[in-house]
Ligand binder design. Structure first.
Ligand code: 1GP
Length: 242
């Protein structure tokens, strides 16, 4: 059955064509201060964010859905699930990044979890956006590396990062996500963003360890189409006001 509402990806592509840069705030339901949720939502609405990503490494589906429902009530931004595993699915969101952890060689994250998720997603109306996910070494062991039991791509290995992103595009992914990991010491190297954005055609998401507005601008200049901010906004809801 054809899914309805397939326009979030179209909007991302259109933004790329028109060189409009996009910004996603990543919310981890486990780290939300629920007492302060109204203020958080107000700050999101006042921020330059164009999308909200919801997910985290260890989140349970019920709390994820609670957050999605709150977001749907109080913001107009598209809500995209960024799942850590197949339990993190909510049909109340608008879309899901259907991730393959292409930098790793753990079959669970290359195909097993996708097989588990497929029949669940088939019954929902979520827009599915196949996304090649590349974890890039960032100075410290990140939650993604630990939980997925995979080794990130060495940050100096530009050839491997490019070949992996190109393979991801050839496999039919619609986005490439260059991930340093949440709270990373070092974000994805700018020359890596540049090389990949110049040599693949699909939009590039960049996230992990971006803690200054100037870093967001630099990532855009190097060719990032979407920048993801999690920890910096989580630690300071005034982050975008500085
Ligand atoms: C993590 O790319 C996101 O998956 C965001 O990372 O929390 O470091 O901003 P930060």
């Amino acid at each position: 059955m054809e899914q309805e509402g397939q326009d979030i990806y179209k909007q991302i592509r259109l933004a790329k064509v028109e060189n409009r840069k996009l910004l996603a705030i990543l919310l981890d339901p486990d780290k939300i201060n629920w007492q302060n949720i109204d203020n958080l939502l107000l700050k999101i609405n006042q921020s330059p964010a164009t999308h909200i990503f919801v997910g985290g490494s260890l989140v349970k589906s019920t709390i994820l859905e609670d957050l999605v429902l709150q977001l749907k009530l109080k913001t107009n931004l598209p809500i995209i699930i960024f799942p850590g595993d197949p339990s993190q699915i909510s049909g109340k969101a608008d879309a899901i990044l259907f991730l393959s952890l292409l930098s790793g060689r753990n079959p669970d994250y290359l195909i097993e979890y996708q097989v588990q998720a497929a029949p669940i997603l088939k019954k929902m109306n979520l827009e599915i956006i196949p996304t090649g996910y590349l974890l890039i070494e960032s100075g410290n062991e990140t939650a993604v590396a630990k939980i997925s039991k995979t080794k990130p791509i060495d940050r100096s290995n530009l050839d491997l990062a490019l070949a992996t992103a190109q393979a991801g595009e050839m496999l039919g992914n619609k986005l490439i996500y260059l991930e340093a990991g949440s709270g990373a010491k070092q974000s994805v190297p700018l020359e890596m963003i540049q090389l990949i954005s110049q040599n693949v055609h699909i939009p590039i998401i960049v996230g992990g360890g971006i803690v200054a507005l100037s870093q967001i601008q630099k990532a855009y200049q190097m060719g990032a189409d979407v920048v993801v901010i999690g920890t910096a906004f989580e630690n300071d809801i005034h982050f975008f006001e500085s």
